[in-house]
Write a protein that binds this ligand. Structure first.
Ligand code: GDP
Length: 320
């Protein structure tokens, strides 16, 4: 079962971003460095497409450095786009953000033309943590100025540099099943929206392809190769004493262990997708979506046949 997750109040965020973006010079999108493609919100690109963009690969301390380098190069190749890696261990990230924004919008700066930046990201990507670090002891400005809604906050990073925090939440839009699983594994999706055992099995499947040695070492397994995902989960549960009695493994508990250890970085520095893999998933997802739409259209056409509007009208007889 693929994971679907699109809570209702998204349209409020959408509206607020569309309003704010008119007066913005650079859009910062925080991405989870362990799943940059899946943690991006395609809707944000639709809303802010023409603005220069800074992609911040956050939580890079948890991600595979080699793959982070691939993603940074991928984004830095795009027009009007810069990318940097960041994590909460950096106590003064403001300088890097400011410099990257000035590169993207060199005409902005100084009191007459202050840099105006919008920061967005899906839940759990580390936005509050970063903003708190940026604010330091200062208080963010909220709600007491025309155009600043109660939910929006403006942070002054320098006298001529304003950072706007998006109000509400920018939820991920899950376009491919693999993204859903990766988002669930990372902790970006509410617990009730997915089956933990299913997500853990998908996670193990991804891990065995690139990080089998980490899994084997972390759970002291004799081997990972040759085990199905189900057997692997069972072996992990057994090793960790997640048992139900009569020798049966508590698979739910084993799934929680696998996910928690991935999320906390105990399994090691792991990135679940490369730019190339992600592009292939999206292409396959789009193909499926097109097929699904065509089938739906064909069913509707069968139920309520419509005249073929594609054919040109017949010329009236006798017309010259
Ligand atoms: P928000 O929902 O985007 O505002 O995310 P939070 O700032 O609340 O962070 C979500 C979780 O990720 C918290 O448990 C943070 O401690 C953790 N977190 C945030 N930034 C980092 C980071 O750079 N590295 C690691 N390892 N954890 C982080």
């Amino acid at each position: 079962m693929a994971i679907q997750w699109f809570p209702g109040h998204m349209h409020l965020t959408q509206k607020a971003i569309a309003e704010r973006v008119k007066d913005i010079d650079v859009v910062i999108e925080l991405l989870d460095a362990r799943l940059p493609g899946s943690s991006a919100n395609p809707m944000l690109a639709d809303l802010t497409g023409h603005k220069p963009g800074l992609k911040v690969l956050n939580k890079q301390d948890l991600a595979d450095p080699e793959r982070t380098a691939l993603w940074l190069a991928h984004y830095n190749d795009r027009p009007a786009t810069r990318a940097i890696g960041l994590d909460a261990s950096q106590t003064t990230p403001a300088r890097r953000l400011i410099d990257a924004c000035h590169e993207l919008a060199p005409s902005r700066g100084g009191m007459a033309k202050p840099m105006r930046v919008l920061i967005c990201g899906i839940p759990n990507v580390g936005k509050s943590t970063l903003i708190n670090t940026l604010i330091g002891g200062r208080k963010a400005k909220t709600g007491d100025e025309a155009g600043i809604t109660k939910l929006e906050q403006r942070i002054t990073l320098a006298d001529d540099f304003y950072l706007w925090d998006t109000p509400g939440m920018l939820w991920p839009r899950i376009i491919v099943a693999k993204s859903g699983y990766n988002l669930a594994a990372s902790g970006a999706i509410g617990r009730n929206a997915f089956d933990e055992e299913e997500v853990a099995l998908e996670l193990l499947d991804a891990l065995r392809q690139h990080y089998a040695a980490l899994v084997q070492a972390r759970f002291s397994l004799d081997a990972v190769d040759g085990l199905t995902d189900e057997r692997l989960l069972e072996a992990i549960g057994r090793k960790r004493g997640a048992l139900l009695g009569q020798g049966r493994v508590n698979l739910q508990k084993a799934a929680e262990i696998v996910m928690n250890e991935f999320r906390s970085g105990k399994l090691g520095r792991i990135t679940l997708e490369t730019p190339q893999e992600f592009a292939a998933w999206v292409a396959a997802g789009e193909l499926l979506e097109a097929e699904r739409r065509a089938k739906k259209e064909a069913r509707a056409q069968k139920k309520h046949p419509r005249p073929d509007r594609g054919a040109p009208p017949a010329a009236p007889s006798g017309a010259d």
